[in-house]
Design a protein around this ligand. Sequence first.
Ligand code: P6P
Length: 316
Amino acid sequence: MQQSTPRALNEVLRSRGEAAGLIGVILAVARAGSGIAATLRRARLEPGAPVVGALERRNVQGEQQQQLDVIADELLLSALEACPAARAYASEEREQAVALRDDGDYLLLADPLDGSSNIDVAAPVGTIFSVLPAPAPAALLQPGRRQRAAGYVLYGSSLLLVLATGAGVDLYVYDFERDDYLLAESQLAVPARHKLYSLNEAYHNDFEAGIARYLDFAHGAGYSARYVGSMVADVHRTLLKGGVFLYPATRRAPQGKLRLLYEANPMAFVMEQAGGAASTGPGGPILDVTPHALHQRTPVILGSTAEVEQVLTHLG
Ligand code: P6P
């Protein structure tokens, strides 16, 4: 894993006046990200130790764990163990949070390798992260509006870090030669509208009537559809091109599939910081939900404000 500090990323964050502790946590995530990318690049190449494929065990979600899920989780944890400001670490892959130090100012929550079931087919995957203030030892159950930073690392055709710290959204590209993240774009703004929706239509018969009504509208209004099945890839496209990404409630999953604290909240924070919207649907903005459990799920409707509104008008 990258041992050196990503100097260019550090300099941008310092120039923005970010708190030293917060910078430390973000740099730890960035270091883990380049370590995860290196592991992904080596997948299938390690003689006798293939790192693709599923383990014989399931995570706290009951989902089959991929070997790389566990490796990514361990890389994140070890990066944070070296970070003085990290008080605790919570992950999709762990039932309980890991306490790191009593005097840390921040909590890091993550989906270490989102979309990992796509690795076998070389589709984009990502690390989603959320940074909360640590007013108390395990104050993980805070509304997403309290986040101090959030974003994702996208392992795709290039290695990207998308980061929001409360003053807009920045896009960094990882330079493999320099072992650093270079600022490529600042103040990303999600387009106000774009006739594109992104959801898994295989569940059409399972969606509530309002979603079916929205899809009938979209089909008749000339919308196009894109769905990678990897949240980081689908949200990143929505952030850059506009449109709406949905993972609604279904009869089988009445709270939806995506987890509030380390998938929906960070993505909602980024989307709102980029001028977009992020709603649970009937429950209102994602960032206003007060969590009751670490791994609770929520319906997700996020993207261009006008496109999110279009969905909500059909749910009413
Ligand atoms: P489905 C990947 O497993 C994931 O957690 C997200 O990355 C993605 O948006 C969603 O699940 C895809 O779920 O039910 O469409 O396969």
